[in-house]
Structures are given as C-alpha cells and as structure tokens.
Write a protein that binds this ligand. Structure first.
Ligand code: T1G
Length: 697
C-alpha cells in the first residue's frame, strides 16, 4: 500500500486520497499509488462510484517539477490520466486549493468535476517553458472550445471556480469548505442517479465548432508580440490546433512530440530555475525560520510622489492602513489624486470594483505632520536621493516613532548605514527598495545595514510576501545588487556608442536577448535629466565626472519621453522609440570634440560587453557577500529589471554560456578597454579554475 495514496470506501463510494505535502505533486510514488488505488476501486464490488480527493492545502498542483530532467519512471503522467479515464466506474474529482498542470489533467481524465468556490484551476506549464503534456491540450478544448483553451494554456493564468463552471470545465461548485464532503455528496448523487462514465476525449461538439478556424493564426500573431523570444507558447498553439485537426489518439501523440521539444529546449531549464529561485530567495541564509517577526498593521510613508504613491497602494491593496506625509498640501493633493486615478484605471479595466476602489482609498490618509507616525509599525521614506535630506528625516522619525517601529528607506543607491547613523536605533533601520511603478513591479530589494537586526530582516521579508512582492535580502553597498550591475551595463553601453555603435544597435542587442527595453530607451523613460542632475551634482562637488553626449541632450532639453525627444524621438501618443539622425549628429560631434575615433562594432561585442561586465560585477557582489547566492541576483534581475525568465536570470545564463568563455572575454576587455569594471573577479577565476558554475555555489 502506498504511503501517499490510499483507498477507502464510504458507503458505496470508493475514495482515492492523495496526501503528499506540500502540494500533492504527481511524483513517481504518487503516480504509482494512484494506479494501485484505482485498481482497488475497480475490484471493490461495493463501490459504485469512485472519488479522487486530496489532503492538505490543495488538490494536485501538477507534475513533480523536481523530477524534470531525470528519466521519467513508469507510469507516465499521460498513461495515468488515460487509465483513470478508462475506468469502468464513474470517477469524480473533488478540487480544493489549486488544480494545476498535471493536476487539472488528472481531473479532466475523471468523468465529473466538483470544486469548492475558493478553488482555482489552471495549466501553467507555459510558465515553466513547457506545455500540458498529459492530455491538457487535447481534453480542455473539448470542454471550452478553441479560444478559451488558447487563452488558458498560452497565458498559464489561473481560473476561478465560478468561471471554470461557466466554461464547462467544472460540473459543480460547492460553497462549503470541506472538499471531501462536497466530493462525497456529488459522487453519491451520481451513484443514486446511475450516471454513466463520461469521457472528455469522446466530446465532439466544441471540436466540430472550431475546426479549421483561423483563431490559431490570430493567436500566433498576438504571441509574436506578447511572447517575443519565447519557445513554448507557440508549441502550445500547435498542440491545441492538433486537437481540432486530428483524432484524439493522434492529437495526444502530437502533444507528446511538442512536449518533448519543449522539454529539450534550454528555455525550460531557465524557467524552472526561475520558478524555484523565486521560492528559494525567501529562505535567507543565516536567518532561521523561527526568527521573530514584528506585526505590521499600520504604515507611514514620507513623500507622495510617484514612488510614495505606488508603495502606499501595495499596503492598501492588502488592507493595511497607510498615512502619507508631504511637506505641502498641494503636493499631497496631487499624490492622492494620482493614487485615485490609478485605482480608477484598474476599475475601468475590470480589475477592481468601484467599491474596492473606495475601500482602498479609504485606507490611505494624507497628512502634513510627522506626529501622525507616532503609532505606526513601519515607516518608509520615499523622497528624492539626497543623503542630507534623508538623515534629517530619519533623525525626526527616531524622535517621534514608538519603540519597535521599523524605519525603512526606499533609496535606490545611497548608504543605508549612513542613513541609520542619524538615529539611535540603527538596528531598526533597513532599506526597502521598490521599483517603479511600485504598485506593479514585483521586486522588493530589502537592504540589510550592518546593524539591522534579524527581527527587522525577517519582518521586511514577511512584509514582501504580505504585499505580494518577491522579496530579496541583499547587503549594503552603492546601488546594492540591481543598480550596481545596471550602472556597469549603462557605462559600458555609453562607451560602446562613443566608440562607434549606435544607441539603437545597442538596444536591439538587449531586446533580442529578451529584455523588454534597451539601455537607451530606458534612459528616455526614466528621464535624461535624472542622470544629468546626478552628474552635475557630483561635478559641483568637485568630483571628476567624464563628459557625456547625454549632457548635450539634456542641455538641449531632449529629456526623453516626457519631452518627446531624448536619445530617440517619439510620435504624438506613442512610446515607440524612433532613431533620430539629429542624435547621431550630436554623438558624432561629441566624438570629434573628445577626439574619439569610431569603428564598426559587432552585435556580439555589444552583447559581451553589456552582459559580461554585469556578470563580472555580480561575481564581485557574491565575493563581498552583498548577495548570498547567485539565484538572489537572478531573481533581482528577472523581477526588477525585466531580464527574461526563460533565460533563468543573468547568473544562470552565464553558466549556460560557460564561465570559461566569459572569463576569457573579461580578460580580453580588461586589456582592450581597461577600467575597474573589467578587472576579472577572483570568484570568476576560481570557479573556472575549479570547473564550477555559479549554480554550484
Ligand atoms: N512540483 C514540485 N514542487 C512544487 C510544485 C510542483 N509542481 N509546486 C510547488 N512546489 C513546492 C514549492 O517549490 C515549495 O517548496 C512548496 O511546494 C510550496 O510552493 C505533464 C508537466 C501550487 C500555486 O506549474 O504555482 O504538470 O520552497 O511556495 O505560494 O502537464 O507552488 O516549500 O520547498 O509556491 O502557496 C505544473 C507550480 C507543473 C504549479 C502554491 N504546475 N506551483 O503556491 O506555495 S508541470 C505548476 C505553483 C506539469 C504536466 C506538466 C505554486 C502553488 P518549498 P509555493 P504557494
């Protein structure tokens, strides 16, 4: 008898129960157990109907992802689902939590499906660089038709129980909370009514309705933009189309072929690495699971600008009241107005009801006085990047806030220890670096100062989870992990243009790699004046800062998207960057002025210099312990800087390229280009010498 799957009987209902925490994944043991339990159910003459149900917090959440890449042991998943579908006795699946991937495919192999109202279903394989490989692409369209099957499978998004009922995926939705009771009740009804087996594979009407439809080509066209550079979404469309072109058995065969192609694609490895990395980052080295976490039931925010407003929305979205303090009423009204506009836009898009809009806005209160922070649990400072201003603010907070309040700064570059030194409680000071737009971007780079307590570290990581962010804890240095690497890439991109490349050539190399936006298009979005102001401040402070053709753009009021011209020009109402010969003239004049000769630069050189300089810097970040693991850096770049998840993040990508290849190039550029940025990191040299990867660390 399997430990993870048991068979029992309640009256004339045979009950097959899966119990394999944490998510009842279809490991080999579970698959074998399911086969054995079904056989028991078939042989049990008292059992008229069989019920498949799971213990724990969820129904089956799919294949066991940890088994991928290893030889598949029998029974395979498709074979298991087919065996269930072939059952001579009606089979009911009772769903709670999530029925995902192979889990939903198991339920589609059953003859009837009931779910609790709180349940969700989905086929998220595409998010792992795969496609549903146990009949999902053949059975789901037989219930929903082509359009909905394409939407569900190519997006990988979860579907609520009520919507799944409306789509014909579920037969019954139970408003109770006891899934076994719901399952037994429905199975009993089927037994009492003598309902027959009903195999999804035999359903024909939806197939007939969409056979030969051009919806598949329409989807491919949409995916060209939405899933640019990705492999599996297109294979999903091919597999679903096969359900309409081929008889069931041949469609299954075609699904298997396409599944194998996805399994063999490097993107699968990248996306599965991203999946587990996103979960591993919450387990912080040296911070034990039972580190006390403080309650955060009220939050204060300083600054109602773009960042402050977005940050406030994250807390209101999960029901935590927020007080936003500004210096002037006008700035406060403007900030609160933008928050309302953002919420109303979400309501217009049907993502929120008007009541939800009002409820969230009601949780955000404006104020002109720090005194209102007296009893909050967490304060986040989100004012412009100026150390003196931040220290003044933290000194004030230190005087006003109650003991135990966490004092956090949303600084994106400045020294957290320096900020903490303005208080008498540096152990309660931490960096919480959100990314713009803060109510959308998933990454929260939490920055530990040298005196930040474990309790505060654990609390800000818990806050990240609470507000549905991916929290990564990193050390304190200039630019922390993300911006420190970005600054290296930005500087190298500038040098490449000085030497002869064009901004659009550099940007195309980065977007071809999978970034949503290139370096210079990003500068135009952020505003050319932002970098210019920082360079001028440093120059005024007497620092040697190299001249840049970007200064010329700023001085000619080419500030980027906001002035419809920056490195690129922009048509009215469009954010599409258009190369501008005027800028090429400015760059050419700058080269002459600086006596820089220009030369032909290949895309490969651009890729190497923009990416390898980041990888080399990341190796130094790991050496210094600013990041604990390479996967922390991958998650920062995937969720904060748009690095394609299907490449697994810059460190996983570097391992795929080969650290020996990268080291050789870094050493070459150290010679040719020079500069601290190309000094090979000791860690990189050590890993190559040991024949190891970042993933081995
Ligand atoms: N296999 C193995 N481990 C899994 C797993 C899975 N499918 N899903 C989750 N885990 C682990 C996870 O790593 C974590 O471990 C713990 O469970 C809790 O997860 C043929 C081929 C179910 C919505 O893509 O989306 O079926 O860190 O922290 O936030 O067609 O996990 O504690 O050690 O995410 O409550 C398709 C993936 C597989 C679903 C729960 N299925 N999972 O979220 O908890 S491919 C998926 C999720 C497939 C077939 C194909 C989420 C969740 P640890 P968690 P959560």
């Amino acid at each position: 008898m399997s430990e993870v799957v048991t068979y029992s009987r309640e009256g004339n209902i045979g009950v097959i129960t899966v119990n394999y925490p944490p998510v009842n994944a279809l490991s080999h043991a579970v698959r074998s157990g399911l086969i054995a339990a079904l056989e028991q159910g078939q042989e049990d003459s008292e059992a008229k109907v069989l019920l498949l149900v799971c213990e724990g917090r969820t129904f089956i959440a799919g294949a066991d992802i940890r088994e991928f890449g290893k030889p598949m042991q029998k029974p395979g998943l498709a074979e298991l689902v087919e065996t269930y579908e072939n059952s001579e006795k009606p089979l009911v699946a009772a769903i709670h939590g999530t029925a995902l991937g192979g889990g939903l495919e198991m339920a589609l192999g059953c003859h009837y499906r009931v779910a609790l109202n709180s349940a969700k279903i989905g086929l998220p394989e595409v998010k792992l660089g795969l496609l549903p490989g146990a009949g999902g692409t053949q059975r789901l369209p037989r219930l929903t038709g082509a359009q909905k099957a394409l939407e569900i499978i190519t997006s990988g998004e979860f579907v609520g129980a009520k919507d799944a009922l409306a789509l014909g995926i579920l037969d019954v939705v139970d408003d109770g909370e006891d899934v076994k009771a719901a399952g037994l009740a429905y199975a009993q009804q089927i037994a009492d009514e003598g309902k027959p087996v009903r195999r999804v594979r035999d359903l024909k009407d939806k197939i007939a309705a969409d056979k030969g439809s051009d919806v598949f080509d329409q989807f491919r066209a949409v995916l060209q933009k939405k899933a640019r550079g990705q492999f599996s979404p297109f294979k999903c469309v091919d597999a679903i189309e096969a359900a309409f072109d081929l008889p069931f058995a041949e469609g299954m065969k075609r699904e298997r072929e396409l599944f194998t192609e996805c399994m063999d694609s490097p993107q699968r490895a990248g996306q599965i690495h991203s999946f587990f990395a996103e979960r591993e980052v919450s387990k912080v080295k040296g911070l034990s699971k039972d580190t006390p976490v403080r309650d955060v039931n009220s939050v204060g925010i300083i600054g109602a600008g773009t960042m402050g407003g977005g940050i406030a929305m994250n807390f209101a979205n999960v029901g935590i009241p927020v007080i936003i303090v500004e210096m002037k009423q006008e700035a406060l009204d403007k900030g609160l107005g933008i928050i309302r506009k953002n919420y109303e836009n979400s309501a217009k898009k049907g993502r929120l009801t008007q009541q939800q809009v009002e409820d969230r806005i009601a949780l955000i209160t404006g104020s002109l006085s720090y005194d209102d922070f007296k009893s909050v649990d967490l304060v986040i400072e989100a004012v412009f990047e100026n150390m003196a201003v931040k220290k003044e603010i933290f000194a004030k907070l230190d005087a006003i806030c109650k003991p135990g309040t966490i004092l956090a700064s949303n600084t994106s570059t400045l020294d957290v220890d320096e900020i903490a030194s303005a208080t008498r409680r540096p152990e309660d000071v931490v960096g919480m670096h959100f990314f713009s737009p803060a109510n959308v971007m998933k990454l929260l780079e939490n920055v530990r100062g040298s005196k930040t307590s474990d309790e505060v570290k654990a609390t800000v990581m818990a806050v990240a989870k609470k507000i549905k962010k991916v929290g990564v804890l990193v050390g304190n240095c200039h630019g922390f992990v993300g911006n420190r690497m970005l600054h290296r890439r930005g500087a190298e991109a500038m040098t490449l243009v000085n030497e002869g490349a064009t901004p659009q050539q550099v940007d195309k190399v980065l977007t071809d790699l999978g970034y949503p936006m290139g370096q210079f298009a990003m500068s135009d979005l952020a505003g050319i004046d932002v970098g210019y102001r920082i360079r001028e401040e440093r120059r005024n402070a007497g620092e040697q800062v190299a001249p840049s053709w970007m200064d010329k753009l700023a001085e000619q009021n080419r500030l980027g998207q906001k002035t419809m011209a920056g490195v690129y020009k922009y048509e009215e109402g469009s954010r599409n960057p258009v190369p501008d010969p005027e800028v090429e003239r400015i760059i050419e004049d700058f080269r002459k002025e600086q006596d820089i000769g220009s030369r032909e630069i290949t895309d490969q050189e651009i890729l190497e210099r923009c990416m390898y300089v980041m990888v080399n810097e990341a190796a130094k970040i790991l050496e210094e312990g600013i990041a604990d693991r390479a996967l922390d850096i991958d998650v920062v770049w995937i969720y904060g800087y748009g690095f394609p998840a299907y490449r697994g993040g810059p460190m996983f990508w570097a391992d795929q390229v080969g650290l020996d290849v990268i080291l050789a190039a870094v050493e070459k550029y150290h010679g040719d280009v020079g500069g601290e940025q190309w000094k090979p990191a000791d860690l990189l040299k050590q890993l190559v010498a040991d024949g190891k990867k970042f993933g081995d660390l």
